[in-house]
Design a binder for this molecule. Structure first.
Ligand code: NAD
Length: 482
């Protein structure tokens, strides 16, 4: 860890790689020396992680506000601090139960009579964690619940787009942990690239699908198992049976939290063609109620930087040029003077969109909400199935047969019915994507299992079973009968 601290920002990437390898080697050695990792040691690490969050929540929220230029402290306490605290406490409460070896005896093969078998959950060793900028604290701390409960050591590479938060996390982890237990390495994409090629025992990556591909390729060289928490376009199906006002309020509460910069944000709506106008109206009304204005609104977050702001503006320009109808909510329409860059962005509702427009191709990750019309529910289902498997899928409606039909005919990481996002908040449910939205999952016991090795332990009896079943050469006819 000391070697890591000696690295200056202007050092070459090779120096970084060498220093990171030193930390990894030290962590691996400490892990082997410690075995078995006691409950006490796991609880101590969870407690210290909790202490960082609880004792330094104000500094962490201030750092996030600084990195985003404006981000409501109350929201940060909810999305980044409280949710991670909940995950860590849940793991602390249940880890003894999770650690119990599992007996398997559903059908013990007759020929192995007298022997015993069980599964023992063993820590994998050193887990690498690469985290993104959108919930920089949550997506660094919440995975530690399963990782530390499972008894691992950790190296973390947070995002360079939230420099104040990442630097603070680096400082706080080094105050509460020995570098051989948890070590934070800050840096950009080049450091991330070098980091993802290290010979970890497991690598968790949270970020974009495009970078996820690079990370998995880099991990493949060392056959490092990966958990990938990626993004994508999570659809909302608005049923003919939906209460539009309720739908609009719930969709926008989720969409506008963190200004749409959420992996699970409702990306676009599938709306019955004959309810399109009513749907736009319900959304406009709900937006005006929730955020009468969005410029420096105390509950509204800015777009992370001007590059992302320009990316979002380009989507709007493209959709407008190709004939989409635009409704802007929460803005007085005044241009901001150029010398006062302000990256807050109002909500853009787009109707009359099609797949030729970039808004329907890329994950939006901002306050743009396109509406796609459908005639029959099967047409909406076919639209979803013709695109990448999403991280989340949302259905609003009171028609339970239709709800079952939608869930049975589609695939996504998770589903929330009559709301958006909330399945992620249930700590006892696995969270993860499928296909381009990710692989593997964490939260609760699934987190513990993702970061553990399920080791089969078989104990032979005093009998010579090989002889009993005829597997002892020379083979006789008995072997054919087993
Ligand atoms: P990103 O993929 O650009 O960056 C994520 C992290 O990877 C950063 O720490 C970055 O430095 C690092 N990185 C960049 N290039 C790298 C490379 N070549 N090799 C290794 N690491 C590299 O993602 P982002 O912009 O920070 O986050 C937004 C994306 O993350 C969105 O697509 C969003 O949907 C997704 N996301 C997913 C989840 C989830 O839980 N599934 C949660 C939040 C965000």
């Amino acid at each position: 860890a000391s070697r890591m601290q000696a690295i200056d920002a202007d050092q070459t990437i090779e120096a970084y790689r060498a220093a990171m390898n030193d930390v990894l080697a030290a962590q691996k050695k400490a892990f082997l020396d410690e075995a078995p990792v006691s409950v006490k040691s796991r609880i101590s690490r969870l407690d210290r992680t909790l202490a960082i969050l609880v004792d330094h929540q104000n500094e962490l929220c201030a750092a996030m506000a600084q990195d985003f230029d404006s981000r409501p402290v109350l929201m940060s306490k909810f999305t980044d601090i409280a949710s991670a605290v909940k995950a860590l406490k849940f793991a602390k409460k249940h880890l003894r139960y999770w650690m119990q070896p599992e007996k398997r005896g559903l059908e013990f093969p007759l020929g192995l009579l007298g022997a015993s078998g069980r599964i023992a959950y063993q820590p994998k060793g050193v887990v690498g964690v690469i985290s993104p900028w959108n919930f920089p604290v949550n997506l660094t701390f919440a995975p530690l619940a399963g990782i530390l409960a499972a008894g691992n050591r950790v190296m973390i590479k947070p995002s360079e787009l939230t420099p104040a938060t990442s630097a603070l996390m680096e400082q706080l982890f080094s105050e509460y942990f020995d570098g051989e237990e948890i070590s934070v390495i800050t840096g950009g994409a080049d450091v991330g690239q070098a980091f993802s090629s290290l010979a970890f025992d497991h690598l968790l990556f949270t970020g974009s699908t495009a970078v996820g591909r690079h990370v998995m390729r880099a991990a493949a060289d060392n056959l490092v198992p990966v958990t990938l928490e990626l993004g994508g376009k999570s659809p909302v199906i608005v049923s003919k049976s939906a209460d539009l006002d309720q739908m609009a309020e719930r969709v926008l509460t989720g969409k506008l939290m963190n200004a749409g910069q959420i992996c699970l944000a409702p990306d676009y709506l599938l709306v019955p063609q004959d309810r399109m106008a009513a749907c736009v109206e319900a959304l406009e009304k709900a937006a005006a109620r929730l955020y009468p204005h969005m410029d420096r609104h105390p509950d509204y977050t800015a777009i992370i930087n001007s590059r992302h702001h320009s990316r979002l503006q380009a989507h709007i320009k493209d959709a407008q040029e190709k004939g989409a109808r635009l409704s802007v909510c929460g803005s007085d329409g005044q241009q901001k003077p150029d010398d006062q860059p302000n990256t807050t962005m109002p909500l853009y509702i787009l109707s009359g969109v099609d797949d030729q427009m970039t808004v329907m191709r890329d994950e939006l990750f901002g306050p743009i909400l396109p509406l796609v019309g459908y005639q029959s529910i099967d047409e909406a289902i076919a639209y979803i199935n013709a695109h990448d498997r999403p991280l989340g899928l949302y259905y609003f409606g009171q028609n339970q047969a239709e709800e079952r039909h939608v869930i049975a005919r589609t695939t996504s990481g998770g589903v929330t019915v009559n709301d958006v996002l909330w399945h992620v908040a249930h700590e006892d449910l696995p969270f993860g994507g499928i296909g381009p939205s990710g692989m593997g999952s964490y939260h609760g016991v699934e987190g513990f299992k993702s970061f553990s090795h399920a080791r089969t332990i078989y104990r032979q009896t005093g009998f010579n079973i090989t002889k009993l079943i005829g597997a002892l050469p020379p083979y006789g006819q008995a072997l054919a009968k087993t």
